[in-house]
Design a protein around this ligand. Structure first.
Ligand SMILES: [Zn+2]
Length: 493
C-alpha cells in the first residue's frame, strides 16, 4: 500500500551504506530521483536542489532490498501447521493446509505474505504459486494484485504438475489400502495441456512491470516428460524463467534412480531443461557429476536452509556450488516449512548450516558472500541484476534502512556480519522500493493490521470448515505415508 504522494527527489544523508560487491560499509549520502538512485557520495559532497527532501540516516545501516528467491503464495496461511513432518508428509498434507482457497482468500493470503516479507526487508520475491487442478489467470492476478498493492516486486511462477504425489513416488500408491488409494485420486492434477494453456493466457495478460511471470513445474517426478518438454519450450519461446524443486529430499533422489535409472539432474539435462534462467530450488541430494553439469549449463540454485532443517531434508552443498561458479540465491520457502518469511533468518541459517555440513572451517559460508547471494544473487535469478540487488547509481532505489538503535547493533563491531548474524527483522525501520516508502518506522504504510488480523481470523473459520474433508483424509493417509517414508530412508541411493 504505497503512499499516494508523488515521488520526490530525496537525499538519504550520512547512513552506513553497505556495498555488497566489495563487502564493505561506509558513511555516504544517497540521492534518489524518481524511482532510481541518482548519485552516491561522501557525506555532504553531493550537490542537491533546494527542494530536495533530506532524510537523516545517521542512525541507520542501509542495505539493498533483499531478494527472496523461493516462496509459495499458496502457503502463506499455513504457518505453524504440522511439526515432525518430513517433506513427503508436508506434500500429503497440502490439500488440507493449502487447499480450497477462493479468489478472495488468495488475495488476502497474498497480502499477508507480502506484508510480512517487506516488513522484514524483502523487496522482491520469486513465488511458485499453486492452484488446483491447474493454474488460473484469475488466481495469478489475485496474487499479483496483492504484491502490487503492498508495493514489492514479484516474479510469480504457476506451480504445476500432471502426475499426482501418490503416483510420482514409485511404490507409494501401492502402500495405501485400496480405499485410500482410490480416495486420493481426487487430488490428481489436470492434464498438462490445460496447465500450459492457462500459462499462455497468464503470460499474454502479464503487465511486465514490477510483477512478472515465470514457469514452475513443481517437482520433476510430478511431471511427465511431455509436460517438462512443453514447459521448456514455452520458457524458451517467451524468454521466461523456470524454477523447480530439485533433489530436495532423499526420497526424491531414490525415486529418480528407480524411475529414470539416473539422477534428477541427468534427467532434466536429457530433456534440455538445464540452461541459464533455470533455478533449482533446494538442490540437496546431488553428486559431483550433477554439480558439474549444473555449472556447465549455467543453472542457478535457490538455497533454503531454514526450510531444509524444518523438514529434515538435508544441507545443500553450497560451497561446492560456489566453487564451480554456480549462481546461488537465498530463499525462505513458504510458511508451512520455514515459517516466517524472514530473509535475515534465511541468511543466518545458510551460514550456520554450512558449518554443520562440513567440519573444515575454510569451507564455511561467510556473512558477506551470503548477503551478496541474498541481494545480487537473487537479482540475477530474477533476471533483474542490471536494476536491483545493489545500492549503486542508476539502480532502482530498493533500500532497507536498519536502525542502529537496537540492542543487536550495540555496539557496531562489523556491520555486515551483524546484519547477517544478529539482525532478526526487528531492526527494519524504513523500506524504500523504487524510490517510494513502503515501510516507515517499522510499519507497512496503509496497512491496518487490526483489520487484517480480523479478516484472517474470519477466513480461517471458513477455510477450516471447507478443508475438513481434506484434513480427515490426511489423518487416515498419514500413518501409511509415514511408514512408507521410514521404510525408504534407510535405502542407499
Ligand atoms: Zn518450495
Amino acid at each position: 500500500m504505497t503512499s499516494d504522494c508523488p515521488v520526490r527527489t530525496r537525499l538519504l544523508e550520512n547512513g552506513l551504506v553497505v556495498n555488497v560487491i566489495a563487502g564493505t560499509a561506509a558513511r555516504a549520502d544517497i540521492l534518489i530521483a524518481d524511482e532510481r538512485i541518482q548519485a552516491i557520495g561522501e557525506p555532504g559532497s553531493l550537490a542537491v536542489e533546494p527542494e530536495t527532501v533530506r532524510l537523516d540516516m545517521c542512525g541507520k545501516i542501509l542495505i539493498p532490498g533483499l531478494v527472496n528467491v523461493h516462496v509459495h503464495g499458496h502457503g502463506f496461511f499455513s504457518k505453524g501447521m504440522g511439526d515432525r513432518w518430513p517433506l513427503e508428509l508436508l506434500i500429503a498434507a497440502g490439500p488440507w493446509i493449502s487447499g480450497c482457497r477462493q479468489l478472495d482468500d488468495k488475495r488476502l493470503i497474498g497480502l499477508i505474505g507480502a506484508i510480512e516479507m517487506v516488513s522484514k526487508g524483502t523487496t522482491a520475491c520469486y513465488d511458485l504459486f499453486a492452484e488446483t487442478p491447474h493454474p488460473t489467470a484469475e488466481g495469478l492476478t489475485a496474487m499479483a494484485e496483492a504484491y502490487a498493492h503492498v508495493g514489492i516486486r514479484a516474479t510469480i511462477a504457476p506451480m504445476m504438475s500432471d502426475i499426482g504425489f501418490y503416483d510420482a513416488v514409485p511404490g507409494l500408491r501401492e502402500a495405501l489400502p485400496a480405499e485410500l488409494a482410490a480416495a486420493v485420486e481426487r487430488f490428481n492434477p489436470a492434464p498438462y495441456s490445460d496447465s500450459i494453456e492457462a500459462c499462455r493466457e497468464i503470460i499474454d495478460g502479464s503487465p511486465n512491470g514490477d510483477i512478472r511471470f515465470a514457469l514452475g513445474p513443481t517437482i520433476p517426478l510430478h511431471c511427465s516428460e511431455a509436460f517438462l518438454r512443453a514447459c521448456g519450450d514455452l520458457a524458451e519461446e517467451r524468454q521466461l524463467g523456470l524454477q523447480t524443486h530439485l533433489a530436495e529430499s532423499r526420497l526424491q533422489a531414490l525415486a529418480a534412480k528407480e524411475r529414470y535409472g539416473h539422477s534428477l539432474v541427468s534427467e532434466l539435462d536429457r530433456l534440455s531443461l538445464l540452461r541459464p534462467g533455470f533455478t533449482a530450488a533446494h538442490a540437496i541430494w546431488l553428486c559431483d557429476a550433477d554439480l558439474d553439469v549444473m555449472a556447465e549449463r549455467g543453472v542457478a540454485v535457490a538455497h533454503n536452509a531454514g526450510s531444509n532443517m524444518r523438514l529434515g531434508t538435508g544441507i545443500s552443498r553450497v560451497r561446492d556450488m560456489l566453487d564451480r561458479g554456480i549462481l546461488v540465491g537465498i530463499g525462505t520457502d513458504t510458511c508451512s516449512c520455514s515459517d516466517n518469511l524472514n530473509m535475515f533468518e534465511a541468511m543466518r541459517d545458510a551460514c550456520y548450516a554450512s558449518r554443520i555440513r562440513d567440519s573444515d572451517h575454510e569451507t564455511w559460508l561467510e556473512a558477506p558472500e551470503i548477503l551478496r547471494a541474498a541481494t545480487i544473487g537473487g537479482a540475477r535469478i530474477l533476471g533483474r541484476d542490471d536494476e536491483i540487488g545493489q545500492i549503486a547509481p542508476g539502480y532502482l532505489a530498493d533500500i532497507v534502512c536498519l536502525s542502529l538503535e537496537r540492542p543487536h547493533y550495540m555496539p557496531v563491531n562489523d556491520p555486515i556480519r551483524q546484519v547477517v548474524f544478529c539482525e532478526d527483522g526487528t531492526g527494519v525501520d524504513r523500506v524504500i522500493v523504487g524510490g517510494r516508502d513502503v515501510v516507515v518506522d517499522g510499519r507497512v504504510l496503509g496497512v491496518d493490521l487490526t483489520d487484517l488480523s480480523a479478516a484472517a481470523a474470519a477466513t480461517l473459520v471458513e477455510l477450516t470448515a471447507r478443508v475438513e474433508p481434506m484434513r480427515a483424509l490426511f489423518e487416515k493417509v498419514e500413518p501409511h505415508v509415514s511408514r512408507f517414508y521410514r521404510s525408504r530412508i534407510a535405502c542407499p541411493i
